[in-house]
Design a protein around this ligand. Structure first.
Ligand SMILES: C[S@@+](CC[C@H](N)C(=O)[O-])C[C@H]1O[C@@H](n2cnc3c(N)ncnc32)[C@H](O)[C@@H]1O
Length: 198
C-alpha cells in the first residue's frame, strides 16, 4: 500500500485520497518540474503565505499557480470581498477542479509568464505564488519574476515559498527587498515563506 501525507499531515492511503489530491499526484507523475510537489499545500502554509494581506485595505490580489486551491482558501479568509482575488493556473485539469471548488472566483487559465499586460494599470496589493521556482527552468523563473516586478508598486507585497533548507537569494538575483521570512513545519515537506517588496 502506498502511504501519502495529506495537507493536515495525517498519513493515509492513496486509495482513499480525495479528488484534488489525486489530481496533484497525477500531475506530478506527468510533469514533476512544473508542479514541484506531490500533495497540495497545508492550511498552515496558506495562512503564512497570505498573512501580509491587509484585510482592511486591499486592492487586487493575484494568486499564481493555484492548483486545486489549497492556498486560495486561506487568501479568501483575509479578503473583504472575493472579487478582489484573481487566480492564475496553467494546467487545464487543475483549472477544472478549481472551478468546481470555487465557482465564483475569477480564474485565468494562463501562463504566468504572460500576465503583465492583463493587469496593466491595476493596483496590485499582493502577489502570492506557489510556483515551483526551483524546479522550473531558470529562464521561466526569470520571466515570471520580471512580470511580478512590473506589476508591483511600492505598496505591493510579493509572497512565495520554497522547500529548500538553504535560505533563498531571490532578493540578490532580482530587484526586490526581503521584508520577512519564516518557516512552516506543518506542511509536507516543511517550507519557508518569503515576503518581498520592491
Ligand atoms: C506546487 S503547485 C501549487 C498548487 C497549490 N497552490 C498548492 O499550494 O497546493 C504549483 C502549481 O503551479 C502551476 N504552474 C506551474 N507553472 C506555471 C506557469 N508558468 N503558469 C501558471 N501556473 C503554473 C502548476 O500547474 C501547479 O498547479
Amino acid at each position: 500500500m502506498v502511504i501519502r501525507v495529506c495537507p493536515c499531515n495525517q498519513p493515509s492511503s492513496i486509495l482513499t485520497a480525495n479528488k484534488p489530491d489525486r489530481i496533484v499526484l497525477a500531475r506530478f507523475v506527468k510533469s514533476p518540474r512544473t508542479i514541484g510537489s506531490i500533495t497540495p499545500s497545508s492550511a498552515a502554509l496558506g495562512r503564512v503565505l497570505s498573512e501580509k494581506i491587509d484585510p482592511a485595505g486591499t486592492d487586487r490580489v493575484l494568486e499564481l499557480g493555484v492548483g486545486t486551491g489549497s492556498i486560495t482558501n486561506q487568501i479568501l479568509k483575509r479578503l473583504a470581498s472575493a472579487d478582489l482575488l484573481t487566480c492564475i493556473e496553467i494546467d487545464k485539469n487543475m483549472c477544472a477542479q478549481f472551478r468546481k471548488s470555487f465557482p465564483g472566483i475569477q480564474l485565468l487559465e494562463q501562463d504566468c509568464r504572460e500576465i503583465e499586460t492583463l493587469f496593466s494599470g491595476d493596483k496590485i496589493s499582493n502577489i502570492i505564488s506557489s510556483l515551483p521556482y526551483r524546479s522550473l527552468p531558470q529562464s521561466t523563473t526569470d520571466a515570471i519574476f520580471e512580470q511580478k516586478i512590473s506589476l508591483s508598486n511600492s505598496q505591493t507585497i510579493i509572497s512565495l515559498f520554497t522547500y529548500d533548507f538553504v535560505f533563498s537569494n531571490y532578493h540578490k538575483r532580482y530587484p526586490i527587498r526581503l521584508i520577512d521570512s519564516r518557516s512552516v513545519v506543518k506542511n509536507f515537506p516543511p517550507a519557508r515563506v518569503y515576503h518581498y517588496a520592491i
